[in-house]
Ligand binder design. Structure first.
Ligand SMILES: [Zn+2]
Length: 251
């Protein structure tokens, strides 16, 4: 059986043309460049999205694009080491990337985010400028399995968010352990006023160390388990999405 996944960033024109001709499906990891406290690199969200996307493709199918490292990170806009695109610009980035792929003959794209604020913008892009206008089916969302990870974690989440805490730190220990400064990891649960989530207050206003949760509970073993979980759940979702659209998933 010929491989049903390919890392686009490492491949050449003929390899990509051949792949898309027999498997017109793309997984597009999208991340964010943003502060992750003293112990994780600012590329964390993009690296996690790329790792889960590749593991998902290996379990299902798809051409895995290099991750888009800029996202919608309004919450960090006043915080150094963080970059954000405006909502409208990010709508265009997603729309025009899908439009480019449609010119290759790609039929379906899974936009997989490693950053929690991207999916709301991608949803808007899909509804307002992709669906019915570009002949590509789009599946989007955070990598799957996050709720299960939060339930399995040994520390409480900060308001259900996953940022530089046990889960992201564990995933990074599995993906790129040499980039994790575990000796600098420390728990931090910044207090949040009652109106947090229903006012202008964002994580960037409330942050102290930049950590939201307890990264000291992270281990590489949990990270490997959660990477597998995310890839298993994401691959199942992607396959069922392709089947719902009657897009062939056989070799
Ligand atoms: Zn993150």
């Amino acid at each position: 059986m010929t491989d049903l996944y390919l890392e686009a960033g490492l491949a050449t024109l003929p390899e990509i043309k051949d792949f898309v001709a027999r498997c017109p499906y793309v997984i597009l990891p999208v991340g964010s460049t943003e502060q992750h406290g003293p112990h994780l690199p600012i590329n964390t969200d993009t690296m996690i999205a790329e790792a889960v996307a590749l593991a998902t493709a290996k379990r299902s199918r798809g051409l895995v694009l290099p991750g888009i490292p800029l996202g919608y990170a309004w919450v960090w806009r006043d915080v150094p080491a963080s970059l954000t695109l405006s909502f409208d610009t990010y709508v265009r980035v997603i729309t025009e990337t899908v439009e480019s792929l449609s010119r290759w003959g790609v039929k379906a794209v899974y936009v997989m985010s490693g950053h929690g604020a991207n999916p709301q913008v991608i949803k808007h892009a899909l509804r307002e400028s992709i669906h019915g206008k570009i002949d590509v089916k789009v599946l989007y969302g955070m990598y799957a399995g996050l709720k299960e990870m939060i339930a399995e974690a040994d520390s409480d989440s900060w308001h259900g968010d996953v940022h530089a805490e046990e889960i992201e730190t564990s995933l990074m220990l599995a993906i790129a352990p040499h980039l994790v400064r575990m000796e600098l990891a420390a728990a931090d649960y910044p207090p949040a006023p009652a109106d947090y989530g229903q006012s202008e207050l964002a994580m960037g206003h409330l942050m102290r160390s930049g950590v939201f949760g307890d990264p000291t509970k992270a281990t590489a073993e949990k990270g490997r388990r959660w990477l597998d979980l995310a890839a298993d759940r994401s691959a199942a979702l992607w396959t069922s999405f392709l089947e719902r659209h009657n897009l062939p998933t056989g070799e």
